[in-house]
Design a protein around this ligand. Structure first.
Ligand SMILES: Nc1ncnc2c1ncn2[C@@H]1O[C@H](COP(=O)(O)OP(=O)(O)O)[C@@H](O)[C@H]1O
Ligand SMILES: [Mg+2]
Length: 231
């Protein structure tokens, strides 16, 4: 469904991605791992039309390159960036409303689904989003993206700065998305949840993919982990 080939990306003159190749199949959870600065977020931004890129990004037979970010979102790609960009002065419920795309097709998600998945958000639905904890804001960002009914969700370091208990929860929710047929590209630095929930793991180093295999294959590949992941 998503196929990235020979992808290059640039910030001005700075050449950051050097020929990235990978794909994500329907219903698959793929973890994109790597150290800080390896190019994972830039890969997400390139797919979402947020950075200058060259190469091939094919989405169900359509090219995503050179499209505007809102068009890409309309084609069924959801993006949860590193920065939990909620609207702090709006309530939780208002934030969710902003995620709806208002297309003709009925969304596979309702507000009730979000509140059932995250009871904490229901309790706080009339609270200003800006006063919630980091973990709650992370859940809200994820839910707002889901309200746009994506077929693939790209989620950038969702567990960064969260307590271990919440990290586990995030892993469970990502699996629930998969159960509803949504593909997930999970960007992480830590192996913890990625190794548990992914069907496949990609490792990025210096702007290209240096490993593509199952979590078991990555577990068995001490050299790759040592060279590209361990800090
Ligand atoms: N806005 C930017 N302008 C210039 N260089 C950037 C920008 N964002 C990231 N970079 C550089 O691009 C490289 C890849 O960064 P990034 O994709 O954010 O890595 P990761 O998400 O894996 O930590 C790094 O060398 C980083 O310094
Ligand atoms: Mg990043």
């Amino acid at each position: 469904m998503l196929k990235v080939q020979d992808l290059h990306a640039y910030y001005g003159k700075s050449h950051v991605l050097h020929g990235v190749n990978f794909d994500v199949q329907p219903g698959e959870i793929v973890a994109l791992l790597g150290r800080n600065g390896s190019g994972r977020s830039t890969t997400a931004k390139a797919i979402m039309g947020l950075v200058h890129a060259e190469g091939t990004i094919d989405w169900n037979g359509q090219s995503l390159l050179k499209r505007k970010a809102y068009e890409i979102a309309k084609l069924g790609l959801g993006y949860v960036p590193e920065s939990r960009d909620i609207f702090p002065r709006l309530t939780v419920h208002q934030n969710l409303m902003l995620g709806e795309k208002g297309g003709k097709k009925a969304s596979r998600w309702t507000y009730d689904d979000m509140y059932a998945m995250f009871p904490r958000l229901q309790e706080r639905q009339n609270t200003e989003a800006g006063v919630m904890s980091g973990g709650e804001q992370q859940m809200l960002t994820l839910c707002r993206t889901l309200m746009g009914d994506p077929d693939l969700i790209i989620i950038d370091e969702p567990t960064e700065g969260l307590a271990p208990k919440i990290v586990e929860l995030v892993g469970e929710y990502l699996k629930k998305l998969k159960d509803r047929g949504i593909s997930v590209l999970l960007i992480e630095q830590k192996l913890t949840i990625a190794m548990h929930i992914s069907d496949r793991t990609l490792v990025m180093g210096h702007g290209s993919i240096v490993f593509d295999g199952t979590p078991d294959q990555l577990r068995a590949d001490a050299a790759t982990r040592k060279e590209w992941l361990e800090v």
